[in-house]
Design a binder for this molecule. Structure first.
Ligand code: HGY
Ligand code: MN
Ligand code: MN
Length: 401
């Protein structure tokens, strides 16, 4: 808890949260602090070419059981999203060291670069490169929403490491994270044994219209990108409602140019975040949106271009890891339920290379990506204890080749 609160002192924002966008100075200060704590635990620290930080307690033999998450935040982040999983993993290792427990395998903690994807898309970029899902060169060339290049920012903050990408393949990976949704609290359950992560589709939609005088231009002669941006926003909300189930759609970012009271806009750029637990339904939503963009573009006489920012299919975690989390949670006297993850996580990338899973603890009022994000200490501690025993248990997981 003292480490969570100390990390939250770096780049605090009103309401008790943080703004540490990936590879900014604020992210650098957060990284430096946690790397110091890793050194205090005598971990062997390696930093790879996309800035992922892996700390290993090199005991036993063979590939490590790894945990970890991220410490970059969205612009209005809470203090637990990602940070809790990294610091709990560090606490697990330190507790084992202090208790004289010597696992048969090394234990590792990962801090993955740019999990949020808020500054550099896609999200989970660092762990995606770590598992070989994105070529390093492509990642280094990604341009931020503020125009900076990812590779330059890594060098600037001193986290352009020498460890190769893809990185060391863990024996198994388990991530502890706040749920960031309302399910556990609504069900009165303390622990989530996460079964899967839903599919994610991000795209940038550029709408080019005709800038004009707000006073002199008759409505019949307008080609107004701001109007089309609003129509698309309403459309995807309606689409999610009609599709029901797990379908969610969000317009999180709207940029209007020149963004002035008395000017019919020249250009509008919006982002679409569309997710579903079912890949076929996600594809259906994407195709309905693509059709609508054509309809609305010709109706208003604007030009629309789209750019894919992220596209990940749903991921199912390893049954043995899910079973392990569920059993240990019960053994320790917690209520537990199996559940999918609505948010993306680094574990969904590690699942490509090793048996992986996640442990959730409740988010009060289901709030996250908001400084008001909160989880009760008793739940945070319960989650960390389950992480400890899950990591130790996974050291004896049979390898499946
Ligand atoms: O977008 C997500 O779901 C995660 O917070 N990066
Ligand atoms: Mn997170
Ligand atoms: Mn997040």
């Amino acid at each position: 808890m003292s480490r969570i609160n100390a990390l939250a002192e770096i780049a605090p924002i009103e309401g008790g949260g943080n703004c540490r966008l990936a590879l900014t100075d604020e992210d650098m200060h957060g990284r430096n602090l946690v790397v110091d704590w890793m050194r205090d635990c005598n971990l062997e620290i390696s930093i790879d070419a996309v800035g992922n930080i892996i700390g290993i307690w090199n005991v036993g033999s063979g590939a490590p059981v790894m945990s970890g998450s991220h410490i970059d935040t969205v612009r209005t982040g809470g203090r637990f999203d990602g940070c809790y999983g990294v610091l709990a993993a560090l606490e697990v290792i330190e507790t084992c060291q202090q208790a004289g427990v010597t696992p048969t395998r090394p234990l590792a903690v990962g801090i993955f670069t740019d999990e949020e994807g808020a500054r550099f898309a896609p999200d989970m970029l660092g762990s995606l490169v770590y598992v070989g899902g994105m070529p390093l060169e492509e990642a280094l060339d990604v341009i931020a929403i503020d125009g900076a290049k990812l590779g330059d920012e890594l060098v600037r903050i001193g986290y352009s490491g020498v460890a190769p990408c893809p990185g060391l393949v863990p024996h198994a990976f388990v991530e502890l994270h706040i749920e960031q949704g309302p399910m556990l609290e609504a069900n009165g359950v303390r622990i989530g044994a996460v079964t899967s992560v839903q599919g994610i589709s991000w795209q940038e939609v550029k709408i080019m219209g005709q800038s004009n005088h707000a006073g002199t231009t008759p409505m019949s002669l307008r080609h107004d990108p701001a109007l089309v941006a609003a129509e698309i926003t309403v459309f995807i909300r309606q689409l999610a409602k009609e599709m029901g189930g797990d379908q969610v759609c969000t317009v999180g970012k709207i940029d209007i140019h020149p963004n002035l009271t008395n000017v019919v806009a020249a250009k509008a750029t919006i982002t679409l975040d569309v997710r579903n637990t079912d890949e076929e339904l996600l594809k259906l939503a994407e195709s309905k949106i693509a059709n609508y963009l054509q309809v609305v573009a010709s109706a208003e006489g604007v030009k629309i271009t789209t750019r894919e920012l992220a596209r990940f299919e749903p991921v199912v975690f390893d049954d043995r890891v899910i079973d392990c989390v569920e059993k240990i949670a019960k053994d320790q006297g917690n209520s537990v339920q199996r559940m999918p993850s609505g948010a993306g996580h680094d574990a969904q990338m590690l699942a490509r290379v090793c048996p992986s899973g996640m442990i959730f603890v409740p988010s009060v009022k289901g709030i996250s990506h908001n400084p008001a994000e909160f989880t009760e200490t008793v739940d945070l501690i319960a989650g960390a204890n389950i992480l400890l025993h899950t990591m130790l248990s996974l050291t004896t997981l049979e390898a499946t080749n």
